[in-house]
Design a protein around this ligand. Sequence first.
Ligand SMILES: [Zn+2]
Length: 74
Amino acid sequence: SCTADGGLMYSWRLILAPPEVLDYVAAHEVAHLAQMNHSPAFWAVVERLYGDWRAPRAWLRDNGAGLHRYRFDG
Ligand SMILES: [Zn+2]
C-alpha cells in the first residue's frame, strides 16, 4: 500500500540521519506518550527530554522525512 511504501522510505531516510536527529526522533515519540498531539505542551515535553528541538526538526523537514506523517497531521 502507499502507507507501507511511505513507511519504508521514512525508515531509509532515518538511517541516514545524524545521531542527534535520531535522539530527537526518540524524544519526540516518547513525548507523544504524554501528549498525543503537537500542542505547546507537547513541545515542552520534547524540550525537557531532548533540548532545543528546532535544528533536528528542520533537518527532518529539509530532508523530506516528516515524523509519523500518517498518524498525525503535523
Ligand atoms: Zn509528533
